[in-house]
Write a protein that binds this ligand. Structure first.
Ligand code: DUT
Ligand code: MG
Length: 149
């Protein structure tokens, strides 16, 4: 398994290092590193620290912060940025933009699992400027162009 450097910015996180819940898990749960319960009102977005920093270092990888399904579906707790993208050279604290898109206030408790981190491969590309593309099956068709006839 590949390893990446992690810094524990808040000592409480020492016993809560992110880990895969099962052998096939893709996501590593991130916890709310807060001091006391925090109420997030409907429509409100709060930036929640995780107490952790990672340095992926290799530009061939990035991390995505995604919502947890249960929190999102049952409580409307999703991400203010919809998806968080963690660059391979980012060394600051992992932050979770937490949006209550639901209709009820939500109480976020210290160390509660709030979102999940997924490490993904990334391909950095250069651009080759052209006047015309080589013809493809799809061409410029989009937005339902292959849909119902
Ligand atoms: O949910 C997130 C999203 C981003 N980040 C950190 C890591 C990422 O590498 C950095 C910048 O994120 P992004 O490029 O998405 O934000 P930006 O608004 O474009 O800021 P910047 O100008 O710093 O790139 O912020 C987080 O901690 N949590
Ligand atoms: Mg950016």
């Amino acid at each position: 398994m590949k390893t990446i450097d992690i810094k524990i910015l808040d000592a409480r996180m020492g016993e809560y290092l992110p880990s895969y819940a099962t052998s096939g898990s893709a996501g590593l749960d991130l916890r709310a590193c807060i001091d006391e319960p925090m109420e997030i009102m409907p429509g409100e977005t709060k930036l929640i620290p995780t107490g952790l920093a990672i340095h992926i270092a290799d530009p061939g990888y990035a991390a995505l912060i995604l919502p947890r399904s249960g929190l999102g579906h049952k409580h409307g707790i999703v991400l203010g940025n919809l998806v968080g993208l963690i660059d391979s050279d980012y060394q600051g604290q992992l932050m979770v933009s937490t949006w209550n898109r639901g209709t009820d206030a939500f109480t976020l408790n210290p160390m509660e699992r709030l979102a999940q981190l997924v490490i993904v491969p990334v391909l950095q590309v250069g651009f080759n400027v052209v006047e015309e593309f080589e013809e493809s099956d799809r061409g410029a068709g989009g937005f339902g162009s292959t849909g119902k006839k």
